[in-house]
Design a protein around this ligand. Structure first.
Ligand code: PLP
Length: 356
């Protein structure tokens, strides 16, 4: 399929000053867009100036949330090369999410080409500062206008790009997380393991409550017993006990993070055994109390590694590692970002450069 390209006016393509970049507030001047119709398949791919999308008010996505998305980044390396981090894993997950939501698959090679072409056109918008990057947001949503609850016959696949700043302004800032026992994020057989809008809509209430109490993120427990740790808002979670790194096993209601997988593959190289298993909130709290839990951190594309300094459970607050960033947490952050910015050898072949 040929991608038709319409460039934005010169004025719109001027790169602004990237001094104070936050997350996902500014966008590059171009977007990718492609249609699906049941009898035509995916067709008419275009790259065009970023613009609003017109939808019929009965479009299925607006009522029944038939939509999926991804989040990945392109980094400007110290050698001037632009690197995508584990892009094939993100494309594969986009199709897995689509499958769960009855959305038609898209050829991974074509998605790769669409992302590469779009990023090439807006490559001046990739911030050059270490820590900053170009966030890539592919999304697919159902556009057929009908109030009947059914699988849509029509979709749009869109890719937008957003230059994002270093997640940490003054180095690492450990976050405070709030364990909710009242709400759940995902249940067995549900959609917790895929990136679909409804999961996030359902999590807002608990997030608001956590914010009101002074916490940055929610830590979710399992839906059945409210006993086992699952994950944090938009991050997977790790606990470093004495000499072992533990993360909850993927049971179907946890999002299988690419960063999570990167940490699991990296730690054996650092001589630390890692285990995926069920871990109860009681075991975590016990570990903090008797000082066997040394460090705790979250993982996700946005922050890469995010130290956790405090956990609130049943209205009691517990401080981890004096509220400071631990040694392993920092080491993993440095290692992964080192690979992303081309400073460290990419021993796992995780990066693909724009020129590849
Ligand atoms: C995206 C996401 C993650 C992190 O996944 P990465 O692939 O590492 O970015 C974790 N949990 C949830 C709920 C997510 O949506």
């Amino acid at each position: 399929m040929e991608i038709e390209i319409f460039l934005a006016e010169e004025e719109k393509r001027k790169v602004p000053n990237f001094e104070e970049l936050s997350f996902g507030k500014i966008f590059t001047p171009h977007m990718f867009i492609m249609k699906y119709e049941r009898n035509k398949g995916w067709h008419s791919p275009q790259i065009k100036p970023l613009s609003n999308i017109e939808l019929h008010p009965a479009a299925i996505v607006l009522h029944y949330s038939q939509s999926v998305f991804e989040g990945l980044k392109a980094y400007y390396g110290i050698d001037g090369k632009i690197r995508f981090f584990r892009i094939w894993d993100h494309i594969a997950r986009l199709n897995r999410s689509a499958e769960r939501l009855c959305i038609p698959q898209i050829d991974p090679d074509f998605v790769f080409r669409a992302i590469k072409t779009l990023v090439s056109i807006d490559k001046e918008w990739i911030p050059k500062k270490k820590g900053a990057a170009l966030y890539i947001r592919p999304l697919i949503f159902a556009t057929q206008p009908t109030l009947g609850l059914k699988v849509s016959c029509e979709y749009l696949f869109v890719i937008i790009l957003s230059p994002v700043g270093a997640y940490y302004k003054e180095g690492f800032n450990p976050v405070k997380i709030y364990v909710t026992t009242e709400y759940i994020r995902a249940c067995p057989g549900g959609t917790g393991e895929v990136k679909t809008g409804g999961n996030y809509a359902a999590s807002l209430k608990a997030q608001e409550l956590a914010h009101k109490k002074g916490y940055t993120q929610v830590l979710w427990l399992d839906a059945k017993e409210r006993k086992y740790v699952e994950e944090v808002g938009s991050m997977n979670i790790f606990f470093y006990f004495e000499n072992e790194l533990i993360t909850p096993a993927l049971t179907g209601s946890i999002l299988p993070g690419v960063t999570r997988d990167s940490v699991l593959k990296l730690v054996p190289k650092l001589g630390i055994p890692a285990k995926e298993r069920k871990i109860s909130i009681d075991e975590v709290i016990e570990g903090i109390k008797n000082n066997t839990l040394k460090e705790c951190f979250g993982t996700g594309t946005a922050a890469v590694i995010s130290p956790v300094g405090e956990i609130c459970y049943k209205d009691k607050s517990y401080i981890i590692n004096n509220g400071d960033t631990g040694e392993l947490t920092r080491m993993l952050f440095d290692y992964i970002t080192g690979i992303q910015y081309g400073e460290k050898e990419d021993i796992f072949n995780w990066t693909v450069t724009l020129e590849d």
